[in-house]
Ligand binder design. Structure first.
Ligand code: AMP
Length: 427
Protein backbone atom coordinates (compact mmCIF):
# COMPACT_ATOMS: atom_id res chain seq x y z
CA UNK A 1 0.00 0.00 0.00
CA UNK A 2 1.17 3.56 -0.65
CA UNK A 3 2.42 4.45 2.79
CA UNK A 4 0.63 7.80 2.87
CA UNK A 5 -2.77 6.18 2.69
CA UNK A 6 -3.12 5.73 6.43
CA UNK A 7 -1.93 9.18 7.27
CA UNK A 8 -3.53 11.19 4.52
CA UNK A 9 -6.90 10.84 2.93
CA UNK A 10 -5.43 10.62 -0.61
CA UNK A 11 -8.20 10.85 -3.12
CA UNK A 12 -7.29 7.78 -5.11
CA UNK A 13 -9.30 7.20 -8.22
CA UNK A 14 -7.83 3.86 -9.14
CA UNK A 15 -5.55 1.06 -8.17
CA UNK A 16 -2.80 -0.23 -10.43
CA UNK A 17 -4.98 -3.10 -11.64
CA UNK A 18 -7.60 -0.72 -13.01
CA UNK A 19 -4.96 1.22 -14.95
CA UNK A 20 -4.75 -1.45 -17.64
CA UNK A 21 -1.05 -2.08 -17.27
CA UNK A 22 0.73 -5.12 -18.69
CA UNK A 23 0.42 -8.14 -16.31
CA UNK A 24 4.22 -8.46 -16.01
CA UNK A 25 4.41 -4.83 -14.82
CA UNK A 26 1.64 -5.45 -12.29
CA UNK A 27 3.60 -8.43 -11.04
CA UNK A 28 6.74 -6.32 -10.53
CA UNK A 29 4.73 -3.60 -8.78
CA UNK A 30 3.25 -6.18 -6.47
CA UNK A 31 6.70 -7.63 -5.78
CA UNK A 32 7.79 -4.10 -4.77
CA UNK A 33 4.69 -3.63 -2.58
CA UNK A 34 3.20 -0.93 -4.79
CA UNK A 35 -0.55 -1.39 -4.56
CA UNK A 36 -2.07 2.06 -4.72
CA UNK A 37 -0.90 4.65 -7.23
CA UNK A 38 0.31 7.90 -5.71
CA UNK A 39 -1.71 10.99 -6.70
CA UNK A 40 0.71 11.95 -9.49
CA UNK A 41 0.61 8.39 -10.82
CA UNK A 42 -3.20 8.26 -10.74
CA UNK A 43 -3.36 11.57 -12.59
CA UNK A 44 -0.58 11.11 -15.15
CA UNK A 45 -0.59 7.42 -16.11
CA UNK A 46 -3.96 7.32 -17.97
CA UNK A 47 -2.98 10.31 -20.16
CA UNK A 48 0.46 8.95 -20.89
CA UNK A 49 -1.01 5.57 -21.82
CA UNK A 50 -3.14 7.50 -24.30
CA UNK A 51 0.02 8.91 -25.86
CA UNK A 52 -0.50 12.51 -24.70
CA UNK A 53 2.32 14.95 -23.98
CA UNK A 54 2.51 15.82 -20.31
CA UNK A 55 3.66 18.71 -18.16
CA UNK A 56 4.01 17.49 -14.59
CA UNK A 57 4.63 19.66 -11.56
CA UNK A 58 5.83 17.42 -8.78
CA UNK A 59 8.73 17.12 -6.40
CA UNK A 60 10.77 13.97 -5.96
CA UNK A 61 9.23 11.75 -3.34
CA UNK A 62 5.82 11.94 -4.97
CA UNK A 63 6.31 8.82 -7.10
CA UNK A 64 6.82 10.74 -10.34
CA UNK A 65 9.46 8.34 -11.70
CA UNK A 66 6.93 5.52 -11.93
CA UNK A 67 4.35 7.92 -13.33
CA UNK A 68 6.41 8.49 -16.48
CA UNK A 69 8.22 5.16 -16.69
CA UNK A 70 5.31 2.72 -16.26
CA UNK A 71 3.35 3.95 -19.33
CA UNK A 72 6.58 3.89 -21.35
CA UNK A 73 7.35 0.33 -20.26
CA UNK A 74 3.75 -0.64 -20.95
CA UNK A 75 3.99 0.69 -24.49
CA UNK A 76 7.26 -1.12 -25.20
CA UNK A 77 6.02 -4.37 -23.63
CA UNK A 78 2.88 -4.36 -25.76
CA UNK A 79 4.72 -3.38 -28.91
CA UNK A 80 8.27 -4.74 -29.06
CA UNK A 81 10.39 -3.68 -32.05
CA UNK A 82 13.81 -4.57 -33.37
CA UNK A 83 16.22 -1.78 -32.51
CA UNK A 84 19.11 -0.93 -34.78
CA UNK A 85 22.60 -0.50 -33.34
CA UNK A 86 23.04 2.68 -31.27
CA UNK A 87 19.32 3.42 -31.41
CA UNK A 88 16.86 3.89 -28.59
CA UNK A 89 13.08 4.19 -28.15
CA UNK A 90 13.15 6.54 -25.16
CA UNK A 91 15.50 9.07 -23.63
CA UNK A 92 15.06 10.24 -20.06
CA UNK A 93 17.23 13.25 -19.17
CA UNK A 94 18.01 14.14 -15.57
CA UNK A 95 20.26 16.90 -14.18
CA UNK A 96 22.49 14.87 -11.86
CA UNK A 97 24.27 11.54 -12.13
CA UNK A 98 22.70 10.37 -8.89
CA UNK A 99 19.22 11.14 -10.11
CA UNK A 100 19.80 9.45 -13.46
CA UNK A 101 21.13 6.37 -11.67
CA UNK A 102 18.15 6.36 -9.36
CA UNK A 103 15.67 6.60 -12.24
CA UNK A 104 17.45 3.81 -14.06
CA UNK A 105 17.40 1.60 -10.97
CA UNK A 106 13.64 2.07 -10.75
CA UNK A 107 13.14 1.29 -14.44
CA UNK A 108 15.30 -1.83 -14.09
CA UNK A 109 13.09 -2.88 -11.17
CA UNK A 110 9.85 -2.41 -13.11
CA UNK A 111 11.20 -4.26 -16.19
CA UNK A 112 12.83 -7.14 -14.28
CA UNK A 113 10.70 -9.82 -15.93
CA UNK A 114 10.22 -8.08 -19.28
CA UNK A 115 12.29 -8.14 -22.42
CA UNK A 116 12.99 -4.40 -22.28
CA UNK A 117 16.54 -3.12 -22.14
CA UNK A 118 17.64 0.02 -20.34
CA UNK A 119 20.89 1.71 -19.45
CA UNK A 120 22.30 4.77 -17.75
CA UNK A 121 24.60 7.16 -19.62
CA UNK A 122 26.32 9.55 -17.19
CA UNK A 123 29.61 11.38 -16.85
CA UNK A 124 32.28 10.58 -14.28
CA UNK A 125 32.64 6.98 -15.45
CA UNK A 126 34.35 5.49 -18.52
CA UNK A 127 32.30 5.92 -21.64
CA UNK A 128 33.69 2.82 -23.43
CA UNK A 129 31.23 0.51 -21.64
CA UNK A 130 28.37 2.85 -22.45
CA UNK A 131 29.35 2.89 -26.13
CA UNK A 132 29.55 -0.90 -26.11
CA UNK A 133 26.13 -1.17 -24.50
CA UNK A 134 24.55 1.12 -27.09
CA UNK A 135 25.80 -1.09 -29.94
CA UNK A 136 22.99 -3.55 -29.22
CA UNK A 137 20.37 -0.82 -29.30
CA UNK A 138 18.73 -0.02 -25.95
CA UNK A 139 14.99 0.53 -25.38
CA UNK A 140 15.31 3.10 -22.59
CA UNK A 141 18.33 5.38 -22.09
CA UNK A 142 18.50 7.44 -18.90
CA UNK A 143 21.26 10.01 -18.74
CA UNK A 144 22.71 13.38 -17.90
CA UNK A 145 23.00 16.02 -20.63
CA UNK A 146 26.79 16.20 -21.05
CA UNK A 147 27.44 12.50 -21.62
CA UNK A 148 24.28 12.08 -23.73
CA UNK A 149 25.58 14.90 -25.97
CA UNK A 150 28.97 13.25 -26.08
CA UNK A 151 27.57 9.92 -27.27
CA UNK A 152 25.18 11.65 -29.64
CA UNK A 153 28.04 13.58 -31.30
CA UNK A 154 30.08 10.41 -31.54
CA UNK A 155 27.26 8.65 -33.39
CA UNK A 156 26.80 6.20 -30.50
CA UNK A 157 23.34 7.45 -29.61
CA UNK A 158 20.93 7.80 -32.51
CA UNK A 159 17.34 8.92 -32.41
CA UNK A 160 15.69 7.70 -35.64
CA UNK A 161 13.65 5.14 -33.69
CA UNK A 162 12.93 7.39 -30.72
CA UNK A 163 9.32 7.52 -29.53
CA UNK A 164 9.43 9.15 -26.09
CA UNK A 165 11.45 12.04 -24.62
CA UNK A 166 11.38 12.75 -20.89
CA UNK A 167 12.94 15.77 -19.23
CA UNK A 168 13.03 15.31 -15.47
CA UNK A 169 13.71 18.03 -12.88
CA UNK A 170 13.67 20.66 -15.60
CA UNK A 171 14.12 23.50 -13.11
CA UNK A 172 17.33 22.01 -11.81
CA UNK A 173 18.50 21.56 -15.42
CA UNK A 174 18.00 25.28 -15.80
CA UNK A 175 19.87 26.07 -12.57
CA UNK A 176 22.79 23.89 -13.57
CA UNK A 177 23.11 25.55 -16.96
CA UNK A 178 22.01 22.56 -19.07
CA UNK A 179 19.37 24.31 -21.15
CA UNK A 180 21.54 24.67 -24.25
CA UNK A 181 22.30 20.93 -24.18
CA UNK A 182 18.60 20.14 -23.78
CA UNK A 183 17.80 22.31 -26.78
CA UNK A 184 20.53 20.75 -28.92
CA UNK A 185 19.44 17.21 -28.08
CA UNK A 186 15.73 17.89 -28.54
CA UNK A 187 16.40 19.49 -31.94
CA UNK A 188 17.84 16.13 -33.09
CA UNK A 189 14.77 14.09 -32.12
CA UNK A 190 12.13 12.91 -34.60
CA UNK A 191 9.22 15.33 -34.83
CA UNK A 192 6.59 12.75 -33.99
CA UNK A 193 7.21 11.66 -30.43
CA UNK A 194 5.68 11.79 -26.98
CA UNK A 195 7.17 14.46 -24.70
CA UNK A 196 7.07 14.52 -20.93
CA UNK A 197 8.46 17.32 -18.77
CA UNK A 198 8.60 17.23 -15.00
CA UNK A 199 9.61 20.13 -12.81
CA UNK A 200 9.25 20.84 -9.12
CA UNK A 201 8.79 24.54 -9.79
CA UNK A 202 7.60 26.47 -12.82
CA UNK A 203 9.64 29.63 -13.38
CA UNK A 204 9.04 31.54 -16.63
CA UNK A 205 12.05 29.92 -18.38
CA UNK A 206 10.56 26.44 -17.85
CA UNK A 207 7.18 27.56 -19.09
CA UNK A 208 8.83 28.86 -22.26
CA UNK A 209 10.76 25.62 -22.71
CA UNK A 210 7.60 23.57 -22.18
CA UNK A 211 5.81 25.64 -24.80
CA UNK A 212 8.47 24.87 -27.37
CA UNK A 213 8.80 21.20 -26.47
CA UNK A 214 5.33 19.91 -25.67
CA UNK A 215 2.37 19.63 -27.99
CA UNK A 216 -1.04 20.24 -26.38
CA UNK A 217 0.20 18.83 -23.09
CA UNK A 218 -2.01 17.62 -20.29
CA UNK A 219 -0.98 19.46 -17.12
CA UNK A 220 -0.84 17.59 -13.86
CA UNK A 221 0.34 18.92 -10.54
CA UNK A 222 0.46 17.40 -7.12
CA UNK A 223 1.83 20.25 -5.08
CA UNK A 224 2.12 23.94 -5.76
CA UNK A 225 5.61 25.38 -6.06
CA UNK A 226 5.85 26.50 -2.48
CA UNK A 227 4.61 23.53 -0.51
CA UNK A 228 6.98 21.63 1.68
CA UNK A 229 6.28 17.99 2.26
CA UNK A 230 3.83 18.04 5.13
CA UNK A 231 5.06 14.83 6.71
CA UNK A 232 8.25 16.72 7.64
CA UNK A 233 8.54 18.27 11.07
CA UNK A 234 10.55 21.47 10.54
CA UNK A 235 12.64 23.23 13.20
CA UNK A 236 15.02 26.18 13.32
CA UNK A 237 17.92 26.71 15.71
CA UNK A 238 19.31 30.26 15.84
CA UNK A 239 23.03 30.05 16.50
CA UNK A 240 26.30 31.96 15.94
CA UNK A 241 28.14 30.68 12.87
CA UNK A 242 31.10 29.51 15.03
CA UNK A 243 28.86 27.61 17.42
CA UNK A 244 27.20 25.58 14.67
CA UNK A 245 29.75 22.77 14.99
CA UNK A 246 29.17 22.38 18.75
CA UNK A 247 25.43 22.55 18.28
CA UNK A 248 25.57 19.89 15.57
CA UNK A 249 27.69 17.72 17.79
CA UNK A 250 25.15 18.11 20.60
CA UNK A 251 22.18 17.40 18.33
CA UNK A 252 23.78 14.21 17.07
CA UNK A 253 23.73 12.80 20.61
CA UNK A 254 20.05 12.21 19.94
CA UNK A 255 19.75 8.56 19.01
CA UNK A 256 16.49 9.11 17.18
CA UNK A 257 18.68 10.64 14.45
CA UNK A 258 19.13 7.25 12.86
CA UNK A 259 20.00 8.32 9.36
CA UNK A 260 20.78 11.97 8.67
CA UNK A 261 21.52 13.92 5.56
CA UNK A 262 23.45 17.12 6.32
CA UNK A 263 23.55 19.90 3.73
CA UNK A 264 26.37 22.42 3.52
CA UNK A 265 26.71 25.46 1.32
CA UNK A 266 29.95 24.45 -0.36
CA UNK A 267 32.44 21.61 -0.49
CA UNK A 268 34.87 23.17 2.02
CA UNK A 269 32.00 23.31 4.52
CA UNK A 270 31.49 19.57 4.10
CA UNK A 271 35.09 18.88 5.16
CA UNK A 272 34.60 20.85 8.40
CA UNK A 273 31.41 19.00 9.25
CA UNK A 274 33.09 15.66 8.54
CA UNK A 275 35.81 16.64 11.07
CA UNK A 276 33.15 17.08 13.78
CA UNK A 277 31.64 13.71 12.90
CA UNK A 278 35.03 11.99 12.97
CA UNK A 279 35.75 13.44 16.40
CA UNK A 280 32.49 11.97 17.64
CA UNK A 281 33.22 8.69 15.88
CA UNK A 282 30.02 8.98 13.88
CA UNK A 283 30.18 7.00 10.66
CA UNK A 284 29.76 9.28 7.65
CA UNK A 285 30.18 9.75 3.93
CA UNK A 286 30.35 12.83 1.69
CA UNK A 287 29.14 13.84 -1.74
CA UNK A 288 30.12 16.97 -3.62
CA UNK A 289 31.86 17.88 -6.83
CA UNK A 290 35.37 16.98 -5.57
CA UNK A 291 34.41 13.34 -5.13
CA UNK A 292 34.66 10.97 -8.06
CA UNK A 293 31.52 9.29 -9.31
CA UNK A 294 32.49 5.97 -7.76
CA UNK A 295 33.16 7.67 -4.40
CA UNK A 296 29.73 9.31 -4.59
CA UNK A 297 28.06 6.02 -5.51
CA UNK A 298 29.85 4.26 -2.66
CA UNK A 299 28.75 6.92 -0.15
CA UNK A 300 25.12 6.61 -1.26
CA UNK A 301 25.32 2.80 -1.19
CA UNK A 302 26.79 2.86 2.35
CA UNK A 303 24.10 5.29 3.45
CA UNK A 304 21.33 3.19 1.88
CA UNK A 305 22.60 0.02 3.50
CA UNK A 306 22.87 1.72 6.87
CA UNK A 307 26.67 1.30 7.03
CA UNK A 308 27.01 5.00 7.75
CA UNK A 309 24.74 7.11 9.90
CA UNK A 310 25.33 10.47 8.26
CA UNK A 311 25.78 11.63 4.68
CA UNK A 312 27.10 15.16 4.21
CA UNK A 313 26.31 16.78 0.87
CA UNK A 314 26.15 19.97 -1.12
CA UNK A 315 23.08 20.78 -3.18
CA UNK A 316 24.51 19.07 -6.22
CA UNK A 317 23.25 15.78 -4.85
CA UNK A 318 20.13 16.93 -3.11
CA UNK A 319 17.69 15.69 -5.72
CA UNK A 320 19.34 12.44 -6.55
CA UNK A 321 19.09 10.84 -3.19
CA UNK A 322 16.20 8.48 -2.73
CA UNK A 323 17.16 6.61 0.38
CA UNK A 324 14.44 5.05 2.45
CA UNK A 325 14.45 5.84 6.13
CA UNK A 326 16.26 9.20 6.14
CA UNK A 327 15.07 10.26 9.60
CA UNK A 328 16.58 13.76 9.57
CA UNK A 329 17.70 16.40 7.12
CA UNK A 330 20.00 18.93 8.75
CA UNK A 331 20.66 22.23 7.00
CA UNK A 332 24.06 23.24 8.34
CA UNK A 333 23.71 26.28 6.10
CA UNK A 334 20.50 27.44 4.54
CA UNK A 335 20.43 27.26 0.74
CA UNK A 336 20.98 30.40 -1.35
CA UNK A 337 17.92 29.61 -3.40
CA UNK A 338 14.75 29.13 -1.33
CA UNK A 339 13.40 26.39 -3.61
CA UNK A 340 16.40 24.23 -2.66
CA UNK A 341 15.08 24.19 0.90
CA UNK A 342 11.98 22.42 -0.39
CA UNK A 343 14.10 19.95 -2.36
CA UNK A 344 16.46 19.32 0.53
CA UNK A 345 13.84 18.60 3.15
CA UNK A 346 11.99 16.43 0.63
CA UNK A 347 14.76 13.83 1.19
CA UNK A 348 13.09 12.92 4.47
CA UNK A 349 9.42 12.24 5.13
CA UNK A 350 9.35 10.35 1.83
CA UNK A 351 6.57 8.02 0.82
CA UNK A 352 4.27 9.25 3.58
CA UNK A 353 6.70 8.51 6.42
CA UNK A 354 7.53 11.11 8.99
CA UNK A 355 10.82 12.94 9.03
CA UNK A 356 12.47 15.92 10.69
CA UNK A 357 14.22 18.87 9.06
CA UNK A 358 16.54 20.87 11.31
CA UNK A 359 17.97 24.17 10.10
CA UNK A 360 20.88 25.89 11.79
CA UNK A 361 20.40 29.57 11.17
CA UNK A 362 23.31 31.93 11.69
CA UNK A 363 23.36 35.66 11.01
CA UNK A 364 24.29 35.07 7.36
CA UNK A 365 21.31 32.75 6.95
CA UNK A 366 18.72 35.25 8.17
CA UNK A 367 17.84 36.78 4.82
CA UNK A 368 17.78 33.31 3.26
CA UNK A 369 15.37 32.20 5.98
CA UNK A 370 13.15 35.14 5.18
CA UNK A 371 12.99 34.05 1.53
CA UNK A 372 12.25 30.46 2.52
CA UNK A 373 9.37 31.50 4.77
CA UNK A 374 8.00 33.67 1.99
CA UNK A 375 8.12 30.73 -0.39
CA UNK A 376 6.71 27.99 1.82
CA UNK A 377 4.21 30.28 3.54
CA UNK A 378 4.42 28.52 6.87
CA UNK A 379 6.11 29.51 10.10
CA UNK A 380 8.97 27.18 11.02
CA UNK A 381 9.01 26.73 14.81
CA UNK A 382 12.25 27.84 16.43
CA UNK A 383 13.86 25.91 19.26
CA UNK A 384 15.09 28.33 21.92
CA UNK A 385 15.92 25.87 24.61
CA UNK A 386 19.52 24.97 23.74
CA UNK A 387 22.89 26.18 25.07
CA UNK A 388 23.88 27.96 21.85
CA UNK A 389 20.71 29.95 21.26
CA UNK A 390 21.43 33.36 19.79
CA UNK A 391 18.93 36.18 19.59
CA UNK A 392 19.58 38.06 16.33
CA UNK A 393 18.30 41.59 15.80
CA UNK A 394 15.73 41.79 12.98
CA UNK A 395 17.35 42.40 9.59
CA UNK A 396 17.17 46.01 8.56
CA UNK A 397 15.33 47.07 5.42
CA UNK A 398 18.70 48.00 3.85
CA UNK A 399 20.23 44.61 4.50
CA UNK A 400 17.07 42.92 3.35
CA UNK A 401 17.18 44.56 0.00
CA UNK A 402 20.76 43.28 -0.38
CA UNK A 403 19.84 39.71 0.51
CA UNK A 404 19.74 37.02 -2.14
CA UNK A 405 16.61 37.41 -4.18
CA UNK A 406 13.94 34.80 -4.34
CA UNK A 407 13.27 32.73 -7.42
CA UNK A 408 10.51 34.98 -8.73
CA UNK A 409 13.12 37.37 -10.00
CA UNK A 410 13.72 38.87 -13.38
CA UNK A 411 16.29 37.32 -15.71
CA UNK A 412 19.72 37.62 -14.04
CA UNK A 413 22.34 39.80 -15.69
CA UNK A 414 25.47 38.36 -17.35
CA UNK A 415 27.51 39.05 -14.20
CA UNK A 416 24.95 37.34 -12.00
CA UNK A 417 24.84 34.34 -14.32
CA UNK A 418 28.62 34.08 -14.08
CA UNK A 419 28.44 34.35 -10.29
CA UNK A 420 25.85 31.59 -10.27
CA UNK A 421 28.01 29.36 -12.45
CA UNK A 422 30.88 29.92 -10.02
CA UNK A 423 28.59 29.03 -7.15
CA UNK A 424 27.62 25.78 -8.86
CA UNK A 425 31.29 24.91 -9.47
CA UNK A 426 31.84 25.25 -5.73
CA UNK A 427 29.25 22.62 -4.88
P1 AMP B 1 10.00 9.24 -6.76
O1 AMP B 1 9.21 10.47 -6.44
O2 AMP B 1 9.71 8.74 -8.11
O3 AMP B 1 11.47 9.47 -6.51
O4 AMP B 1 9.54 8.06 -5.74
C1 AMP B 1 9.69 8.16 -4.36
C2 AMP B 1 9.70 6.80 -3.68
O5 AMP B 1 8.37 6.26 -3.59
C3 AMP B 1 10.54 5.75 -4.38
O6 AMP B 1 11.29 5.07 -3.39
C4 AMP B 1 9.55 4.82 -5.01
O7 AMP B 1 10.05 3.49 -5.10
C5 AMP B 1 8.36 4.90 -4.06
N1 AMP B 1 7.05 4.73 -4.73
C6 AMP B 1 6.67 5.30 -5.90
N2 AMP B 1 5.42 4.96 -6.21
C7 AMP B 1 4.96 4.16 -5.22
C8 AMP B 1 3.72 3.47 -4.98
N3 AMP B 1 2.68 3.59 -5.80
N4 AMP B 1 3.64 2.71 -3.85
C9 AMP B 1 4.69 2.62 -3.01
N5 AMP B 1 5.88 3.23 -3.16
C10 AMP B 1 6.01 4.00 -4.25
Amino acid sequence: MWHGAKKKPWIIMSDFKSLNLHPAILKELEANSYVTPTPIQAKAIPHLLNGKDLLGIAQTGTGKTASFSLPMINRFASNPIKLEANHTRAVVMAPTRELATQIHQNIAKYTASLDISSTVIIGGVRKENQIEEMKKGVDIVVGTPGRLMDLMHGGNLLFNQLEIFVLDEADMMLDMGFFEDVKVISSRLPEVRQNILFSATMPAEIEALAKGLLIKPVKVAVAPESTTVDTVDQKIYFVEENDKYDLLSLLLNDESIERALIFCKAKYGVANVIKVLDEKEITSGEIHSNRTQSQRDQAIADFTEGKIRVLVATDIASRGIDVKGVSHVINFNLPEDATYYVHRIGRTGRAGKEGTAISLCGERDLSLLRNIKKLIKVEIPSILDHPFHKEFPPISAKKRSQGPRSRNRKRPSQAKRRAKQKFIENL
